[in-house]
Design a binder for this molecule. Structure first.
Ligand SMILES: [Zn+2]
Length: 617
């Protein structure tokens, strides 16, 4: 038994209420196998049935959330699936381990290359998509499946930053050796993987979700984005683990910023380039940029090249590793293919057209096809862009370049923009874009609980709200200048929007009084900004030391979210789907009439079952 499965079992952290922590979707195979042999009743996902050369597999699950694959067919043809057990009815059952999932992928894609059970790099997904961050995993995916089905539109239906949001290696986690991520607005560092799930666990869960709801029967390709994969810098020594962990991702976002952060540009950049960058490559890039209609300033070009070249070499090496890992594990072309995004919004300042052109020309010269490039447009997370005419002009400059290189535009920090902002993005690019959203869905969970009449949902909501209120109060009187400033901005915004006085920082008591006089609401900025940290806060405590806790105390807190009521889940699912429909409509990814029909359906659902039943159609 793996260390993570032993840890979860010993602490009674089961998949049913703590999914996607282990890479496996079966923690205790001997118990599940015994139940299957004894013919104990369990959940059979009839819609999951899928065909392979070995026969038909169906997913079954016990009350703890442990899953097995039941094969009706010839087990000897099941290409090495591990730990099979023959049942008296002639079927064979296999545990839903991560290792078995990888083998099943080959079986499925060899039999049916157009299968949409696993994420793929289908052509359309590399042109136009919506990036849907999935912080609440199994609670979240069915709603995305519903939206893709209702709109007949494939999306980046699974997306999270690794290792920032997801645990990249559960053994490192168990050893207490995860690195930390600085959160200047909280004035502290929080352990990586602050949502608790592992990258393999999420890779596994998003596939099983498609089978449980029968989404795969719709034949709509979808992708899984390993977001902001850090290149270079302090991540050099664990790049192999990062590559292995996201082997099921069909879409990689390269983030050069760790290497850039430690790159010192030589005083004489031109001389450095002449010595360190192959002359033929420099000539190719210059010619390509000229062909794209841009004139280069030699000195600026040399400076940029000297700045990015070390990171690009590492990116190329990493890309070869992603390809090699897929070639080693997967037997089919469709199973090995992946899309690429180059994130350059981390470079300082607004991205110029020249910078985008040079970066795309460099990738082209390095034989790395880039499907999406993400320039900086000066977006603030969760804030509309204030000037649509200015936005249009910025995007037009970028689009002229991207079009020339056959790349689409990735809009990072894409949540919470206005309908008009999304319309501009869609119009200028002809919908050749990706909007990345993630934090939005934590907000939608808050709205879902806030609106639920279920007593336990309400209790969780109240604790969640109080947690953010206490963090805001702590921050407002912190000795750390950034932390204090940000906390006061969040508090002031909430008070001002509620029509209250914002002159409340005379004393902690005055601030507390003002905050506690507000009605609890998911619309308050301080709730919005601190909310994601409640999920894995030990004991739900509003203390810096409690945040991102990967011990049983953190996971017991996480389990509260996975125990929300059917009403809470229905609210959450409707909220997610509504937001996706809104994005699809305004970016022009789906026709207005299709979106109107989807909204009408959504408004009519009074049970989660009814909503989820419609996914497979
Ligand atoms: Zn980015």
């Amino acid at each position: 038994m793996s260390a993570i499965n032993r840890f979860l079992l010993e602490n009674k952290l089961r998949i049913a209420t703590n999914p996607c922590v282990s890479p496996d979707f079966c923690l205790d195979w001997s118990a599940l196998r015994d139940e299957l042999r004894a013919g104990k009743a369990m959940k059979v996902y009839a819609k999951s049935r899928l065909e392979t050369a070995a026969g038909a597999f169906t997913l079954v699950e016990n009350s703890q959330g442990d899953c097995a694959w039941r094969l009706q067919g010839d087990a000897t043809k099941a290409s090495g699936l591990d730990d099979g057990a023959a049942l008296s009815d002639g079927t064979t059952v296999f545990p839903a381990t991560f290792a078995n999932l990888l083998k099943l992928k080959n079986l499925i894609q060899a039999h049916h290359p157009a299968s949409t059970i696993f994420p793929t790099a289908a052509e359309q997904l590399g042109r136009s998509t919506l990036g849907i961050g999935a912080r609440f995993t199994t609670l979240h995916w069915p709603a995305v499946e519903w939206a893709m089905s209702a709109l007949s539109l494939g999306m980046t239906a699974n997306q999270n930053s690794i290792p920032r949001e997801l645990v990249y290696d559960t053994n490192v986690m168990l050893a207490g050796k995860l690195d930390t991520v600085p959160f200047p607005f909280i004035g502290t560092n929080v352990p990586e993987g602050h949502q608790g799930q592992s990258v393999e666990g999420m890779s596994h869960g998003c596939v099983l979700s498609k089978l449980k709801t029968g989404f795969h029967r719709r034949g709509i390709p979808w992708s899984f984005n390993a977001d902001h994969q850090p290149i270079g810098g302090k991540f050099d020594n664990r790049e192999d683990a990062l590559v292995t962990g996201c082997v099921l991702a069909s879409y990689i976002t390269f983030d050069l910023s760790p290497e850039l952060a430690q790159t010192k540009v030589a005083d004489d950049a031109g001389a450095w380039v002449a010595t360190n960058v192959p002359a033929a490559l420099v000539a190719t890039v210059k010619a390509r940029v000229a062909k794209a209609g841009l004139t280069l300033n030699e000195a600026d070009f040399a400076k940029l090249l000297a700045y990015v070249w070390p990171s690009l070499q590492k990116m190329k090496r990493r890309d070869e590793k992603y390809a090699a890992a897929r070639a080693k594990l997967f037997t089919t072309d469709v199973g090995r293919a992946y899309l690429r995004e180059l994130s350059i919004d981390e470079l300082p300042g607004l991205t110029t057209a020249e910078t985008t052109a040079i970066m795309l020309a460099l990738c082209e010269a390095l034989a790395m096809k880039i499907h999406f490039v993400a320039p900086a447009f000066g977006f603030q997370k969760n804030m509309p862009y204030p000037d649509n005419a200015a936005l249009r002009s910025l995007i037009e400059q970028q689009w002229a370049v991207c079009q020339n290189f056959g790349a689409s535009i990735g809009f990072h920090s894409g949540s919470g923009k206005s309908a008009e902002n999304y319309q501009v993005m869609g119009q200028v690019t002809g919908s050749r874009l990706e909007i990345k959203t993630s934090g939005r869905y934590t907000y939608e969970m808050g709205r879902a609980l806030f609106a639920s009449k279920n007593a336990a949902d309400q209790a969780l909501w109240r604790d969640w709200y109080k947690f953010t209120l206490e963090l805001a109060l702590l921050g407002a009187y912190s000795a750390d200048a950034t932390e204090q400033k940000m906390a006061r901005v969040f508090i002031t915004d909430a008070l001002a929007k509620s029509g209250r006085s914002t002159d409340v920082f005379a004393s902690p008591t005055a601030t507390r009084g003002a905050l506690e006089s507000l009605a609890a609401s998911p619309e308050h900025m301080f709730w919005f900004e601190y909310n994601f940290l409640h999920v894995l806060a030990a004991g739900g405590r509003a203390e810096k030391a409690a945040l991102g806790d990967h011990t049983p105390a953190g996971y017991q807190q996480r389990a509260r979210f996975y125990a929300i009521s059917d009403e809470g889940r229905l609210n959450f699912s409707k909220n997610i789907a509504t937001y996706i429909v809104f994005l699809a409509e305004n970016t022009g990814l789906a026709p207005a009439a299709t979106c109107a029909a989807a909204n009408k359906l959504l408004a009519g659902y009074t049970s989660l079952d009814a909503m989820l039943n419609d996914i497979s159609k």
